[in-house]
Design a protein around this ligand. Structure first.
Ligand code: PLP
Length: 384
């Protein structure tokens, strides 16, 4: 009965929904579907972080905070950026948000106008083009290929710069590809941004989940052109706490705070104190990160080897916790391939359609090793 807004109607219905609702249906019917589609760590939040949240509740730290986040947390984030990323962001050049997602959302609304163009390396995380389009700006994909390990070619970036280009989004290690961009690529992209006066929005959510590569922050090469986005979700197994943050030029952070002040006001106070413990009781956190990284690495090695052995070409990703698999031997259409994997192998994966990855599906290996073995067994049966 109500007329919906053009903005709401412009959001693309996700093609992953078809697969995930079918998976739900099967589960309800008692079929044991294994989900390889979720984008979150299977580990529990480390105990020292939970304890800090309990303390915050008991001490009554349960009220509104400053829009940009509590001062201690912004100081800890500023110190983290310096220590781990070689970035200099003063505490007032840092803002805390309700998840990395909201940092990105605030940044796009702070920086983009109708008709501005935004370069996004593809395959990409689906929320980038959708959020960009919500602002009225235009997402422009920069293709990468499985053969190159989804490595970004700076020449392909430069070739797509027009007078309307305002921004480039980087995500390394990347979802869904797991690609980690080397310093030479980052430096070349930084020079392009400086030459054409583009803002680089770098999403470093998976920075700790690297296996054979080193993650470098592009902000080191072009600090005045870079907004660095990060968060607690993936690094500290804190997806439900909803803590993200960003550091960047003060004018951009101030504009992001203005947008936040008129929308969510501030990230959850209790979650902010939990994140503070993650960043300041760092020895315990570092132990957790290393334990998780080793587990992901073993799982990655197993799933990549297993899928390739089954005849499903799967490049070895250097980071994050996803693999992209070429499913053209199951079906040329990845949506159909995902449906076959679900109906016949009882394995839920995400078709590459929305990631701009035709012929491929994404599997998350943030699941136990036994699950991975069972998935390989089931997919093997379907492959014959
Ligand atoms: N960026 C990337 C690349 C992601 O994969 C995700 C989560 O899936 C996010 C950002 C959002 O994380 P959160 O909003 O939980 O911090």
């Amino acid at each position: 009965p109500f007329r919906l807004s053009r903005r709401a109607l412009s959001l693309k219905p996700s093609s992953t929904v078809a697969v995930s609702s079918r998976a739900l249906e099967l589960r309800r019917a008692g079929v044991d579907v294994i989900s390889m589609s979720v984008g979150e760590p299977d580990f529990d939040t480390p105990p020292h972080i939970k304890a800090a949240a309990v303390r915050a509740i008991e001490e009554g730290k349960t009220k509104y905070t400053a829009v940009s986040g509590v001062a201690e947390l912004r100081e800890a984030i500023s110190a983290k950026f310096a220590r781990e990323n070689g970035l200099t962001y003063a505490p007032d050049a840092v803002t805390v948000t309700s998840g990395g997602k909201q940092a990105l959302f605030n940044a796009f609304f702070a920086l983009l106008n109708l008709g501005d163009e935004v370069l996004i390396p593809a395959p990409y995380w689906v929320s980038y083009p959708e959020m960009v389009a919500l602002t009225g700006a235009v997402p422009v994909a920069v293709p990468t290929t499985p053969e190159s390990g989804f490595l970004l070619d700076p020449g392909e970036v430069e070739a797509r710069v027009t007078p309307r280009t305002r921004m480039i989004i980087l995500n390394s290690p990347g979802n869904p590809t797991g690609a980690v961009f080397p310093p030479s690529v980052l430096e070349a992209v930084a020079r392009i941004a400086q030459r054409h006066d583009l803002m680089i929005v770098t999403d470093e959510m998976y920075e700790h989940l690297v296996y054979d590569a080193t993650q470098i922050s592009i902000g080191r090469y072009a600090p005045e052109h870079t907004l660095t986005v990060n968060g607690a979700s993936k690094a500290y197994a804190m997806t439900g706490w909803r803590i993200g943050y960003a550091g960047g030029p003060k004018s951009v952070i101030t504009a992001m705070n203005a947008i936040q002040s008129q929308s969510t006001s501030n990230a959850s106070s209790v979650s902010q104190y939990a994140a503070l413990a993650a960043l300041t009781q760092y020895e315990e956190t570092a132990r957790f990160i290393e334990m998780a990284r080793q587990a992901y690495r073993e799982r990655r090695d197993r799933i990549v080897a297993g899928l390739n052995t089954l005849g499903l070409p799967t490049p070895t990703p250097q980071g994050a916790f996803y693999v992209m698999t070429d499913t053209s031997r199951i079906h040329p259409d990845e949506l159909e391939a995902a449906r076959i994997l679900l109906d016949e192998a009882r394995v839920a994966v995400v078709p590459g359609t929305d990631f701009a990855a035709p012929g491929q599906v994404r599997l998350s290996y943030a699941t136990g090793m036994e699950q991975i073995e069972e998935v390989l067994r089931r997919v093997g049966e379907v492959m014959g």
